[in-house]
Design a protein around this ligand. Sequence first.
Ligand code: GFB
Length: 324
Amino acid sequence: MNKDAKIFITGHRGMVGSALVRRLETGGYTDILTRTRHELDLLDQAAVRQFLAEAKPDYIFIASARVGGIHANNTYRADFIYQNLMIETNLIHGAHLAGVHRLMFFGSSCIYPRDCPQPIKEEYLLTGPLERTNEPYAVAKIAGIKLCEAYKQQYGREYVSVMPTNLYGPNDNYDLETSHVLPALLRKAHEAKSLGENALVVWGTGKPRREFLYVDDLADACVFLMEQDYTGSFLNIGTGQDVTIHELAETIMEVVGFKGEVVFDSSKPDGTMRKVLDVSKLKQFGWNPQTSLKQGIELAYRDVIATFPILGLRQKHHPVESTS
Ligand code: GFB
């Protein structure tokens, strides 16, 4: 991958896309192409085709997606399946028509069967029923992976997919209705401390286990794979280590310096009970994450403080445009 290759990053204002831009710029890549939602509507097939035909990038990272946490996935089921199918179909088929030979698509760890063995190996895909709360999103993401595979098989395109575990970091979504657990608890702990409250409300039982990857580590893994000219079908990207949601809440409280108690809201769903990726294939390529969970939460907390004024958080909303 030449440093002057033209690289189109979709969703560059989201958490994953912005991390990719940071990583590529640091790595000396000079021709990074981005478009805001206003400039290019990825749901518009004709607009996407025309843009790709004219821009002719050498490489595309599809980091745009309709994403959210358990509540958003479960509530906006039609939006999650429709928008993700459209975005990936328009981009992947449009890339093929425009002669773009290399592309990376982002799936998610929720594409795997709900009750599959842990840690989750790549070969478990499509071996059992999905988790109900995020089935529409997962079906769309599976379709994206299969699109890439099919264009590779039929047309010889190097369209590859990666399966990131639960992500967090700068430009995360902190809206309590639609966010993932880590930014939600970080915000709640920060607000509770700032307001002098004494309880942190955690949805569900606190017993589900999740794996968390700092988004700059994900971007580093993706650029690493791109530089190695990775040509497999898809690869898990994570740390291979998980914690319970209760443990996560305690680490967040420690980082924030909030000394109250954890209160569980059992009216909210737990979702999948365990979701940890087998990352041995990625390790064989020679890549390992650099950021521990505690370090990553410290970095994310710094970002929260820099981004939101103290106590102003409850009024703020963040765009939902990045992959996880
Ligand atoms: O991160 P999360 O929303 O999504 O929730 P999933 C993970 C766990 O944390 C669930 C619990 O058991 C939640 O009930 N949790 C506790 C909370 N407190 C909170 C809170 O304040 N907010 C949120 N959001 N959760 C998503 C999928 O599943 O993971 C997506 O729906 C995607 O499709 C994403 O795959 C990575 O890990 O359950």
